[in-house]
Design a protein around this ligand. Sequence first.
Ligand SMILES: Cc1ncc(C[n+]2csc(CCOP(=O)(O)OP(=O)(O)O)c2C)c(N)n1
Ligand SMILES: [Mg+2]
Length: 246
Amino acid sequence: MSQSKASGSGEFVEARHPASDQVSTAGAQLLETEQVRWLSIYEQMLKIRIFEEHVNQLYTSAKMPGLAHLYIGEEAIAVGVCSALRRDDYITSTHRGHGHCLAKGASVDRMFAELLGKEAGYCRGKGGSMHIADQETGNLGANAIVGGSAGIATGAAMSSKMRGSDEVTVCFFGDGALGQGVLYEVMNMASLWKLPVIYVCENNQYNEYTHNSETTAGEMSARAKAFGIPTEEVDGQDVRAGHLSR
Ligand SMILES: Cc1ncc(C[n+]2csc(CCOP(=O)(O)OP(=O)(O)O)c2C)c(N)n1
Ligand SMILES: [Mg+2]
């Protein structure tokens, strides 16, 4: 309900649209749905943060075999992007992949089992942190090879297109992968053949320990643009930006 003052009359006139109650009820429901959605997105990010804090404890107390590359601080990227995907869409991940796996729907229990080398893990405990794959949630795998998943992602997108499905594949990679030739081979094919693949470069400015000013010449997004691929740069700390840019 809204009220407005009639000009010059000194009295208040109620300007009430007949359906305004219904409109506000629908509006409130929409707001509630939106709140539930963003709250669930926040919970996903928090789950990853807490997961990684536990991994850090296990790793630094030498209870976990192998290596651990933590996704702390980058949660908004995986969650923003994966929350816009369907379960049957695909992702490929990196050496820093726990966040991608969880955001695509992996179970915390089976992830920990994998990290601890247990049979119940996603790869029966044989793969560890950098080799977690889960076909049920469309996760085609983390990958210890920098840039290594670009070919897998592009192949999956080609398969989707050939099967006439509407699945989308997201290829996550770090800014360090911009130095890998395979990325440019597959971007060329993806653009030529109009494949349903999204290349998500997680630019944390470092290639592990080396600042990317020492490794990467020119503009990052210019690379994809050169192949005619539409590009967008978003704030990786803003989960809404990752979610809505699909
Ligand atoms: C082909 C290849 N070369 C080198 C390495 C060693 N290595 C592991 S992580 C890394 C840097 C990766 O940087 P980036 O892709 O930006 O990921 P970030 O660690 O910043 O998330 C390198 C060089 C590797 N795993 N694979
Ligand atoms: Mg990096």
